[in-house]
Design a protein around this ligand. Structure first.
Ligand code: SF4
Length: 375
């Protein structure tokens, strides 16, 4: 049984109605999500010295204030000036569901009528947040509910970072994975601003080792490999091009072999890690032949393979593989020297598959009945 709650409309961290319906606020730019360079431009605009940008960053990302007026080392007149054009831009989640296993799925507002999902996963001394990067997605993977929504928009750096900063469990977080709705490397400009804020001394000062960006292999991959030290996860799902294409249209524009050739040019043998995600579908990609071909394909790349159970979604004729088959697949890869684990399935009772809850919210708002989750 899951527990579903609607959060109060107003909260200390912001008010959805004010943010999206208040004319005055709509014209204000959010400071949350701005890099130091952008804050320096803001400081210049209100005639603050350049060093004030660091002070503002400190209030935003270290002290996490919820009002510009709380930035007390800025002159009161400057705070007033700042507040005429800017706001903090932190918005509380509009809705959440808590699983019996402790996983919590949040819906964050992302512009009028839009919501994105963030999933908080506490486990084994870690507390991981799965973050979304787009409303919907262009990639249309067969097995994905977000893909079925189509693409609405890229999230801004503010909307991405807000999922992290306005998370009720923010102070518990140990790890972030960009594995939620959307393809993060299809939104590289905003993603990179967020990664900069998360890992810079002026921002959260997190180690990049706490952050994993997951991709199906989009065009922003080379930039990510060149400019970031964060871990990489690649959604693989089949070692055979035609079969992978039937699951993931991206295979046509960015074939897996090209993605692997690119990855081989970078060092994943020390601090930075690469992993491959493999959803195991019954009778489709769970044979020993698949495991053998996969092992050959990944030869020479120091990596881990994560086997993932499939969360059924409506109107998609795919099923998750049997545990016995998954264990055999795992054991085969391990015997070939490739570290392989079966990822524990979390939050199945709260529509934890990517895109399920936001689709349900849209259906509810449109007055339609959402189909029951398939067992
Ligand atoms: S799996 Fe990822 S890339 Fe594919 S449609 Fe879903 S969100 Fe987009």
């Amino acid at each position: 049984m899951s527990h579903c709650f609607r959060l109060p409309r107003a909260s200390a961290r912001g008010n959805f109605v004010e943010k999206f319906c208040g004319k005055e606020d709509m014209e204000k730019k959010p400071l949350l999500g701005m890099t130091l360079g952008e804050l320096q431009a803001v400081a210049a605009r209100v005639n603050l010295p350049n060093y004030a940008a660091r002070q503002i960053a400190d209030w935003l990302y270290k002290k996490k204030v919820t009002s510009i007026d709380a930035m007390t080392n800025l002159a009161a007149s400057k705070r007033t000036l700042l507040a005429e054009s800017y706001e903090i831009g932190a918005v509380a989640p509009a809705h959440f569901q808590r699983s019996v296993d402790g996983t919590v799925k949040y819906l964050f507002p992302a512009g009028p009528g839009n919501f994105v999902e963030s999933v908080f996963i506490p486990a084994d001394g870690r507390a991981t947040l799965c973050v979304s990067s787009q409303v919907g997605c262009k990639m249309n993977c067969l097995f994905c509910m977000t893909g079925k929504q189509g693409f609405t928009k890229n999230l801004s750096a503010n909307e991405i970072l807000n999922q992290i900063q306005s998370l009720p469990e923010h102070d518990e977080l140990t790890n972030l994975v960009f594995m939620g709705m959307g393809e993060p490397l299809d939104n590289t400009d905003e993603l990179f601003k967020v990664l900069e804020i998360l890992t810079s001394a002026y921002g959260y000062a997190w180690s990049p080792k706490r952050i994993t960006v997951s991709t199906i292999g989009a065009k922003g991959l080379k930039r990510f490999l060149d400019e970031s030290d964060c871990h990489l996860a690649v959604s693989l799902h089949s070692p055979y091009p035609a079969e992978r294409l039937s699951l993931m249209p991206v295979e046509k524009a960015f074939p897996l072999r090209g993605v692997l050739d690119l990855i081989r040019q970078y060092d994943f043998s020390h601090q930075r890690r690469v992993s491959f995600e493999y959803i195991v579908f019954k009778g489709l990609n769970d044979t020993e032949q698949h495991a053998r071909t996969l092992a050959n394909l990944l030869r020479g790349i120091p990596c881990r393979v994560n086997l993932i159970r499939f969360h059924a979604i409506p109107n998609v004729p795919l099923e998750t593989s049997d545990l016995q088959k998954m264990e055999a697949f795992r054991d085969f890869l391990n015997a070939k020297g490739i570290t392989c684990t079966i990822r524990a399935s979390r939050g199945e009772d709260i529509f934890a598959a990517c895109g399920m809850l936001s689709t349900r919210k849209k259906e509810e708002d449109a007055g339609k009945r959402f189909p029951q989750k398939e067992k």
